[in-house]
Design a protein around this ligand. Structure first.
Ligand SMILES: Nc1ccn([C@@H]2O[C@H](COP(=O)(O)OP(=O)(O)OP(=O)(O)O)[C@@H](O)[C@H]2O)c(=O)n1
Ligand SMILES: O=C(CO)[C@H](O)[C@H](O)COP(=O)(O)O
Length: 406
């Protein structure tokens, strides 16, 4: 077992405060959490997460295990880790990866500056990988800084779109019921075929649900279940909630989850995930411009941008402020920067900003591409070629017939 990222920072506070949620429908939102935290006498609980990431992605049909497949040049698992890291009350995140992929995982942690991550070796099956993660948390190992949490979240590394709201709901429900999991309505009817390939049983779709992730458990409930679990269950089981029921006699509370919780399984899911990510990162644009610039063309540009991008939030910054914000990561959720230079002499400022972006963590996520109108013709042509290649791949209809001047 090893602790990731050497500079791993721990969250400021150790866990969510759930006392005021007790007894309430587990529909608590992140803002309810903040309200609960403010109440005197409320108790903070320790929460950790285990992420099984040791599969080979057979159904995806590509040589790279799907959790390491790139989406917009960044590995899928990095999005899932980012989603969990944003939730400050998750104290530790234990990731189970195969020995073979330990190095790759360490590189991802370092490159994308993930924090609070510990790595354990994955097992032969998903249940065995989860069990290894739980064992690491159960041990209270002084050298690794891990300690036994009160509640543990289990979440697949290949479900990147998990939000704080649903995590909070399953944790609150697990605190009260011992176990909880997210569910979704069934898309297709579930049937049971007979040995001769004919229909035997057809389940009434409206009465059944698909079990998704995240799930959460009182730590002792799920750890004891895994300890007592038969080899058959460890080998062939697919449902942690079932283990809690069968071995710890704990009936899980089921929590309706949002549609984006689905598990990346087939190749087409990578394309779907990419579209969702693109959609999400296109909602904020930071326009960098000198306030002394001629207002009319600027206003025209902003108007046109708003027309093109639905629901976009446009913030404008003067170059100095933008530079400070990039350096201090004040624009963490913004991946689109438009630098407006009406006068060519302003390019010096733009260059400085570009340099800062390239140095920042943002550029690793989504590389900086620039079209320059200046004398550096060769560099401009190269950048022009990159853009053209990307346009060809994306085939955006908005760009048909446009002339690119580089
Ligand atoms: N021995 C295993 C098998 C699976 N997993 C993880 O469990 C999660 C959900 O499993 P699944 O979607 O079935 O992943 P794979 O086993 O990789 O896919 P496939 O069944 O298509 O081979 C994934 O994050 C996967 O990496 C794991 O940690 N250890
Ligand atoms: O949905 C789930 C929980 O119920 C699991 O993600 C699912 O069971 C994983 O199973 P498999 O590894 O066979 O896809």
């Amino acid at each position: 077992m090893e602790r990731g990222s050497p500079g791993a920072s721990r969250p400021v506070e150790p866990g969510p405060c759930l006392s005021s949620l007790r007894g309430a429908e587990p529909a608590a939102s992140a803002s309810t959490l903040s309200a609960a935290r403010a109440q005197p006498g409320s108790r903070v609980i320790a929460v950790a997460a285990v992420l099984p990431a040791g599969g080979c992605g057979e159904r995806m049909g590509v040589p790279t295990p799907k959790q390491f497949c790139p989406i917009l040049e960044r590995p899928l698992i990095s999005y899932t880790l980012q989603a969990l890291e944003r939730v400050y009350w998750i104290k530790d995140i234990v990731v189970a990866v195969t020995r073979e992929n330990m190095g790759a995982m360490r590189n991802i942690i370092q490159k994308y500056q993930h924090t609070r991550i510990s790595l354990v070796e994955a097992g032969e099956t998903r249940h065995r990988s989860i069990f290894n993660g739980l064992k690491a948390l159960a041990k209270d190992q002084p050298d690794t800084q891990l300690s036994k949490p009160e509640v543990v979240i289990i979440h697949d590394a290949v479900r990147p779109f998990v939000e704080e709201d649903v995590l909070l709901k399953v944790v609150a429900a697990a605190k009260e019921h011992g176990a909880a999991g997210a569910i979704r309505p069934l898309v297709s009817t579930v049937i049971s075929p007979s040995a001769d390939g004919c229909l035997e049983i057809s389940l009434e779709r409206a009465r059944h649900r698909a079990s998704e992730m995240p799930q959460a458990f009182l730590f002792d409930v799920i750890y004891e279940a895994y300890r007592q679990c038969s080899d058959y269950d460890l080998e062939f089981g697919t449902e942690c909630l079932h283990l809690a029921l069968k071995y710890s006699h704990t009936k899980a509370k089921l929590v309706e989850g949002p549609p984006d919780l689905w598990k990346v399984t087939y190749k087409r899911d990578l394309y779907a995930a990419e579209s969702i990510i693109k959609e999400r990162i296109s909602h904020a644009v930071c326009v960098v411009m000198d306030p002394k610039q001629d207002k009319e063309p600027v206003d025209h540009f902003l108007e046109a941008l708003k027309n093109e991008l639905n629901d976009v939030k446009i913030e404008s910054r003067e170059p100095g402020q933008a530079g400070r914000d990039i350096q201090q990561s004040n624009l963490e959720q913004c991946y689109n920067f438009v630098s407006m230079n009406i006068m060519m002499s302003d390019f010096q400022e733009t260059r400085k900003l570009l340099h800062m972006l390239e140095e920042s963590n943002l550029s690793i996520l989504y590389p900086v591409v620039v079209v320059s109108g200046e004398q550096k013709l060769q560099e401009s042509l190269r950048q022009g070629a990159i853009i053209i290649a990307s346009l060809i791949k994306e085939r955006s209809s908005a760009l048909v017939g446009q002339l690119l001047v580089a």
